[in-house]
Design a protein around this ligand. Sequence first.
Ligand SMILES: [Zn+2]
Length: 257
Amino acid sequence: MKRNTWIQGSLMSLLLLYLCACSNSNANDGNTSSNSLMKIVQETEHGLFYSPDPEEKVKTSVAALAEAFESNYDRITKLFEFEPVGKTVIHVYSDKVEFTKMIGRDTEGTYVAKENVIKVYTPAALEDPEVKADYVAQVVHEFVHAVTQQINPVVGYAKWLDEGLAYYASNQLETELETRSLFLDVPTLEQLEDPDYFAKAGGSAYFYSGSIIRFIVHEYGEKALNEIIKDPEQMEQILKESTQNIYEKWKADLLKT
Ligand SMILES: [Zn+2]
């Protein structure tokens, strides 16, 4: 595959990429009949939080998710210049087995574009601060998917872009950068073009994709990033740079940090 087909290659091959920890929009996620079992647990200014589980069991964890969602809402909608129509619907499951069965694969969170619903597994017990931080970041991550895929559903097919945006804008990238200083597994451009890169690299794929988004914002600006979201295939024209050059500059920038 030629290097300048990075975007197109990603777009064409992403139908195969359902095995990632966090799914994209077009996976046939969720059993809609289960939605009828959902009961409202909490309503916030911008969100409606439902769960199939007893309210008493999930009240505390839902409150933690709701707080994180609301405290990131304005920042994310301003960054992407997009305000969702109506309140964002979030389904919260506290039973991992039930959640996995409902989604149909091993994941802890997903944005289901065809329903415009965020679905997350969150344990009822969030006393451990690290566990809590991971799960509240996840609902913010899924909200970024919801926003960017509502702007342009095609984003859901470009894995590095879709997950990179979510990992960057949820601040999961910044959190990882606080403790990560070694970048021994920086992907080659060929790896980034590989439709199986996310399945093969796991968490690293999220980190490096998020790092590419961060580089685009720092080097070319938020306006350019928003133009790419609206038309990913025009990335080279928007950044006035070949994919090869963007890749080389990103890598050099990452390795000097
Ligand atoms: Zn994701």
